[in-house]
Design a protein around this ligand. Structure first.
Ligand SMILES: C[S@@+](CC[C@H](N)C(=O)[O-])C[C@H]1O[C@@H](n2cnc3c(N)ncnc32)[C@H](O)[C@@H]1O
Length: 462
């Protein structure tokens, strides 16, 4: 008999080995995994969920299970939703996005606005669970970007606070959080009158791709000011108005985010005329909000409070020991220039870019070397702040990619000798009382991405 087979099974039958199910060894038989679970780190997170959560908690908040016994989990239901259909003329790319990412990214309001470097929402839900966070706890994202952590926490009944230096991020996160419950009848009306909505926002900031788009002197849009005194009602008098009902702050901002999304896209691509782009994006926004609102109907009271703030992660506006868990993803040194990316949107909001640049981690400094040195200093301050606001024995999770090739050029050392950003953050964390308890990794497969590995670093506040 083949000695290898003899070693593996008592009677050396290949079929016996193949009939063993690996999942059955990892999970109790009454738990069924969601479809499309195909990466090792996902299996790891699912395993920890099954160890850390009760069945009831998996039903309510689990990220990786479709069924507990005979009952579908909430995650499965949120992602499957009622069969709200995509508009008939939607592109096959869009259809395939919603299908392939059904349980991963294409649910809730995560699909609104393609913010670069945003989190994978299902992973965030899994992390919130395995960090031991429960309803009534508060989770913080000190660099919230588009607010992925806040949206997930809100859906899970866990309170959240988010901070970002960019006013556009605060705006975007607020809109995405509100989109879970925003009244949609006026949005349908706005879609029917998309041309006047497009003209309305265009008249505030100029249209994208117009010859002399000078945002510096344009009127500042008072984002949260629909109910505040001066600006909004005065501007309503503009010759082109919004359809009735759309002046309400949350609806106005929902439409504005769609406009900014479309305008940003039109700045980068000429594939579609700007108005058509806006119409298509607004249609998609409406679809996304309708889909999740249908699922949440009747359960709105279970959504937790989510507070997106504008601020600096190096000086958090929070009390010592007031936070039960932290999840964030810092800029990967200087891989993405967020100000350049969001120039149009920030200009529209009246932000002074040169001033904001002084606060943006990863963008400070002139030469790449200076930038790297400042990045290190800034990240040390961020980690010190995380340690200050986090309760003892609680977890701070950092998701960060490592780009050793880029760093090796800047530092003038061989790629294999470069200290990865993940290692740097562990070192800085440990000097502020954040002890490494687990490091997971996931592969980045996108062709456009120069980073190959992303690390999930879990640090405990000692
Ligand atoms: C990788 S992105 C975060 C994306 C986010 N996880 C999401 O799901 O959308 C990093 C964020 O850090 C923010 N940032 C940069 N410097 C900051 C600072 N000093 N304080 C707070 N946020 C800052 C950037 O504006 C950017 O949104």
């Amino acid at each position: 008999m083949n000695p290898t087979l003899a070693k593996l099974t008592p009677n050396g039958q290949v079929s016996e080995i193949l009939s063993e199910k690996i999942y059955d060894r990892m999970f109790s038989a009454h738990l069924e995994l969601v479809p499309q679970l195909n990466e090792v780190y996902e299996l790891e997170l699912a395993y920890y969920e099954s160890r850390i959560l009760t069945d009831q908690e998996i039903m309510r908040n689990g990220a990786y299970f479709a069924r507990v016994g005979d009952t579908f989990t909430r995650h499965f239901l949120i992602c499957s939703g009622e069969p709200v259909r995509l508009p008939k003329h939607s592109s096959s790319r869009l259809r395939s996005f919603f299908q392939t990412n059904q349980f991963k990214t294409g649910y809730a309001t995560h699909g609104l606005f393609p913010y670069r470097g945003k989190f994978h929402p299902q992973m965030i839900k899994g992390l919130i669970n395995i960090m031991g966070l429960k309803p009534d706890d508060t989770v913080l994202d000190p660099m919230m970007g588009s607010g992925t952590v806040l949206i997930e926490a809100r859906l899970m009944g866990i309170k959240s606070v988010g901070v970002d230096a960019s006013p556009f991020c605060r705006f975007m996160a607020r809109v995405k959080i509100d989109a879970l419950t925003v009244p949609l009848a006026p949005v349908r009306l706005a879609l029917a009158e998309a041309k006047s909505v497009f003209e309305y926002f265009g008249s505030k900031a100029g249209h994208p791709r117009s010859e002399a788009l000078d945002l510096s002197g344009c009127q500042t849009v008072d984002l949260f000011g629909a109910t505040q005194s001066s600006s909004w009602s005065a501007r309503k008098a503009s010759s082109v108005g919004l359809p009735q009902g759309c002046e309400e702050e949350r609806i106005h901002n929902f439409l504005l985010l769609a406009y900014l999304d479309a305008a940003g896209y039109s700045q980068r691509s000429t594939r579609r005329p700007p108005f058509q782009q806006f119409q298509a994006i607004l249609e998609r926004y409406l679809f996304v909000a309708e889909k999740i609102q249908l699922v949440l109907e009747g359960a709105e009271m279970e959504l937790a409070e989510a507070k997106p703030l504008e601020g600096d992660a190096r000086a958090l506006p929070l009390e010592d020991g007031s936070i039960d868990g932290i999840i964030f993803s810092p800029p990967y040194s200087f891989a993405i220039d967020y100000l350049e990316n969001d120039q149009f949107h920030l200009g529209f909001l009246g932000t002074e870019l040169s001033k904001l640049r002084q606060d943006m981690i990863g963008l400070r400094g002139r030469t790449p070397r200076q930038k790297y040195d400042l990045y290190k200093l800034d990240m040390e301050k961020v980690l010190a702040e995380c340690a200050r606001v986090l309760r003892p024995a609680r977890i701070c999770t950092i998701v960060v990619g490592t780009n050793n090739n880029q760093l090796s050029r800047i530092l003038g050392v061989h790629p294999e000798e470069v200290q990865g950003i993940d290692e740097l953050l562990c070192e800085l964390g440990s000097s502020h009382g954040l002890r490494l308890v687990r490091r997971l990794s996931r592969q980045i497969t996108g062709m456009a991405n120069t980073m190959r590995t992303e690390f999930i670093i879990m640090l405990e506040r000692v």
